[in-house]
Every structure is written in C-alpha cells, then in structure tokens.
Ligand binder design. Structure first.
Ligand code: BES
Ligand code: MN
Ligand code: ZN
Length: 491
C-alpha cells in the first residue's frame, strides 16, 4: 500500500472512501468534517448524528454510502476530546484500514488531530501513516486464502500549506518506521523451522541496509564467547554472531543495540512444558527489532554511530547440550555456573554485551524476551526497563511514549543479586522465580564494566495471543518504534 499526502481539499481527491472524523458528543461538525457535511446537504449532522444517533465514540466507524457516486464516507469516532492522543490516531487508522470494504482501492483521509484538537501535524501524519501500514499487516504467507486489504493508495488530504509541509515529513518518517515494524513482525512470526541462526544472519546481511559481518562458530570461539557457544551447543544449527554497523561521517555519539537472538527456546535440558514452548519462535524478537531498526536508521541517517549486535543460536536439549551444573567462562573472564538451562538469554547476552562494550560505545541498549517474571509483573500492557543510568532510562521511557510504546522501570536493588551467588563460580545464571526480572537485570549488569546501559525486557509484549489496539496478533515488533525514536532524538 502506498501512503502519501496531497495539498488539496479532501473533496478534490478522487477516492472510493472519504474518511472524516467526529469527537464524541459533537452535534454540528466543524473543520473538514463540517465542509464534507455541507457539501453533501448536511447528511452527517442531520442523518448520521441526529437520526442514526452516531455518537463519535472512539473507534466507532459509521459507513455512509453516497448514492449517486458509489463512493462512501466513513465517519470515524475520535471519542472524548480530553482523552485524545497520538497513539489513538494510529490505532484508529489501523482499525479503519482493517475494516474498509473489500472493493475500495483508494482511500482519502483527513489529518486526524491537526484540526480542533490542535496536535502537531507532523506527529499526526506519522501516526496515520504508521496506522495505515500497520493496519494492512497480517502473517498470511502460509494461508491459501490471503487476508490482506485491497487498498492500494491511502492519501492524507491537507490544504493548509504550513500543516502540509510539516505533515509531509511525518508521512516520510512514518513509512520508514512502519516498514521496519512490519518486517520485524514477519521475521518474528516466521517458523523456527525456516528461521534459525544462519537464515537470520542471511536476512541481516541482505536487509539491514548497513555493513553486516557474520561470525561463524570458530570465529566466535576465537573471540572467547564461550557463554554464547554453550547455549547453542545442543542444536544442529550452528550459532552465528551478527555485527551490523551504521557509521555516519562525524558521529556525535556512538551506541550499540544488542538483541536477544534465540531462534527457538525449548528450554534446553531444563525443557519447557508444552504450553510455554508453543510460541518460543518469538525468542528472537529483540534480534528482529535490532535488524529492522538498523534498516530504518540507514534510511533516516542520524549523526549517531549505531552498532547492531546479535548472538544468534537455538536453545535445544540433546546429547551435546549444555547442562545444569556446567561452569562456563564468559568473554569477560567471569565464570557462570549453569543453574537452569532455560535462563539462556542472559548467558548469550553476557558475551554480546561484552563485545558491545569492547567497541567503546557511549551507550549500550539491549532488548530481550528475557523473563516470564517480567510478563507476570507487567502483563502485555508495558515492557520492563532497567539499567545503570537513571537519566538515560528516563529519556528512553519518554522517547518510547512519543513513539506509542510503554516501558515501566523495574528496580535493580542489590539484594536481587543474592540468589545468584554460586559456591563454585563467580555467579549462577539464575536463583529462583522471585523477582526474576530484576535478578536477570543484575546478572546482565555484572558483564558490563562502566558503559551506560539500558536493558529492555519485552517477554510480555513481544507476542500476543489476543489482538491489541492496532489489531495485531502474534508478533508486535515492540521496541522498533522506541529504538528508532530514541536514536533519532540523540541527534
Ligand atoms: N524466553 C524465555 C522468557 C519468556 C517467557 C519469553 C515467556 C516470552 C514469554 C526465557 O529464556 C526463559 O525461559 N526464562 C525463564 C528463566 C527462569 C528459568 C529463571 C523464565 O522466565 O521462566
Ligand atoms: Mn529460556
Ligand atoms: Zn529465552
């Protein structure tokens, strides 16, 4: 689907569907909705609002046929004006796109939010663009009957010159972000039967948009990443270490983003029960977010040097698998006693974080489907965030909020580390279920010397059983929007 913006009246753009809007309780629409109402003999105010009692509740869509032309006007409810925000613009647009009649090929929309609501035209346009493209998403490659929408063109109409100029930038950014999001969803939804370290690495080489180096098992061994290798040693698939680099001319800052890349997490010898294992192809959601963020960064071209890092492997039980009680020496020299082979993500990240720190970046962010405990704490509503630098954490939460994603800070009190004490090694990889998200954070922090670091735990938000407010089931690609926004704001 093509999304674009035209500096014209909504009535002067040829389309099968015209989308206008209405705040809850408004009886006589103003702005563009008012213009459309007048043009069609007050059909919106007299018929839709007065007779049909359309109230403009958020997400309600009234579909009004224009008899002589065969076109339709959709009146989209914006809900309570006080509660209206940017995320709602995206959710609403996605819903409209999902619910547009099959035959409609060309749709024209009002720039929701930039009228009486007085929101920033650029951000409104970005949200509409993201919603429109997100609304077309479905993972249907293995279905004979495709569910994708037939809409070919989604046009935003904005006649005001100043608003148009700002909104145009929002559309361009929105296209880049939304493509990154949908590509990450495709990667995550893909079966692990086809998506394993080698194919993930190949995807990165072909699609990250930046210089990508892939290291094989021998090379990983030479770099001393024994913790990472231990996790992957039970699989028939060889582990791969992926390093993507975006290097602008004169970077004002250097950062590394590190994604957990377990292409399937069976739990290892501490095998997961069936219900928990079912969706574990999503355990590379962090890696997918990193690859697709790199692609977006290569297009947005900020003056920030960005390294994308992934230690990709599969966590399987087998005769060669790593075992509870094994002691492994990580890249930093720190030794890990394996307490539970299912706490594998942190073991791979220990080496990936050390590799990132060796690059002498100013900041490291990791993103990982790390703990069931984080999912228990925050549900699917918010992702966890921790780290060693409160200022950066606050900045990240604020950037994420603007991008329409929610992060909630979890504590890193020293006491959470007590359970990780080992009798035979420097640390155990886990010490029980209580406070598990924080304990995992403490574990990770012990592999970073002094670089500012943020840890994102997306275990609860990466993959959904029930459709979210954008109508997305399965992979959400959580983190992509926040990472892009955060990095853009460093500029
Ligand atoms: N990949 C899982 C975490 C996870 C759980 C992600 C649910 C998405 C949904 C991780 O590797 C894991 O198995 N963690 C264990 C750690 C435990 C053994 C300390 C967990 O959370 O149960
Ligand atoms: Mn696990
Ligand atoms: Zn895992």
């Amino acid at each position: 689907m093509l999304v674009k913006i035209e500096q014209k009246s909504i009535l002067d753009i040829e389309a099968d569907v015209i989308i206008v809007n209405l705040f809850e309780g408004v009886k006589y629409p103003g702005g563009v909705t008012g213009i459309v109402d007048k043009k069609f003999n007050n059909v919106i105010s007299d018929f839709v609002i007065n007779k049909e009692k359309f109230e403009g509740k958020f997400g309600d869509i009234y579909k009004l046929p224009i008899l002589e032309s065969g076109k339709k006007i959709y009146i989209a409810g914006l809900g309570d004006q006080e509660k209206f925000n940017y995320t709602k613009i995206r959710d609403l647009t996605a819903k409209i796109v999902r619910n547009t009649d099959g035959s409609a090929k060309k749709v024209v929309s009002i720039l929701h939010g930039a009228g009486i609501a007085g929101l920033c035209p650029r951000r409104c346009a970005q949200m509409i663009t993201e919603g429109a493209i997100s609304g077309t998403y479905s993972f249907d490659k293995y279905k004979s009957q495709k569910t994708k929408t037939q809409i070919e063109e989604f046009i935003i109409a904005e006649i005001d010159g100043q608003k148009y100029e700002k909104a145009l930038k929002g559309v361009n950014d929105g296209i880049i972000v939304a493509r990154a999001v949908n590509n990450a969803r495709d990667l995550i939804n893909e079966s692990s039967q086809y998506l394993y370290p080698e194919t993930l690495a190949k995807y990165a080489e072909e699609n990250s948009g930046v210089k990508t180096t892939v290291y094989n098992k021998e090379e990983i061994k030479k770099m001393g990443m024994n913790a990472f290798l231990a996790v992957g040693q039970g699989s028939v698939h060889e582990p791969k270490f992926i390093h993507m680099e975006y290097k602008p001319q004169n970077p004002i800052k250097k950062i590394a983003i590190v994604g957990k890349g377990i292409t399937f997490d069976a739990g290892g010898l501490d095998l997961k029960p069936p219900a928990s294992m079912l969706t574990m192809r999503d355990d590379m959601s962090g890696a997918a977010a990193v690859i697709c963020t790199m692609k977006a960064i290569s297009e947005l071209k900020p003056d920030i040097e960005v390294h994308g890092i992934i230690a990709a492997c599969e966590n399987m039980p087998s005769g060669s698998a790593y075992k509870p009680g094994d002691v492994i020496t990580a890249k930093t020299g720190r030794t890990i006693e394996i307490d539970n082979t299912d706490a594998e993500g942190r073991v791979t990240l220990a080496d990936a974080l050390a590799y990132a720190e060796d690059l002498q970046v100013d900041e490291i962010i990791d993103i990982a489907t790390l703990t069931g405990a984080c999912m228990v704490a925050l549900g699917t509503v918010a992702s966890g965030i921790m780290g060693n630098d409160d200022t950066e954490i606050k900045k990240f939460i604020a950037a994420a909020e603007k991008a329409g994603e929610r992060f909630w800070q979890l504590p890193m009190f020293e006491e959470y580390g007590e359970t990780l004490k080992s009798d035979i090694a420097d640390t155990k990889n886990t010490g029980g279920r209580m406070g598990g998200a924080s304990a995992a954070g403490i574990f990770l922090s012990s592999f970073i010397k002094n670089t500012p670091w943020i840890h994102l735990d997306i275990a609860g938000t990466a993959f959904l059983e029930k459709a979210d407010s954008e109508g997305i089931k399965g992979a959400t690609a959580i983190g992509v929007r926040s990472l892009i926004k955060y990095i853009s704001e460093l500029n």
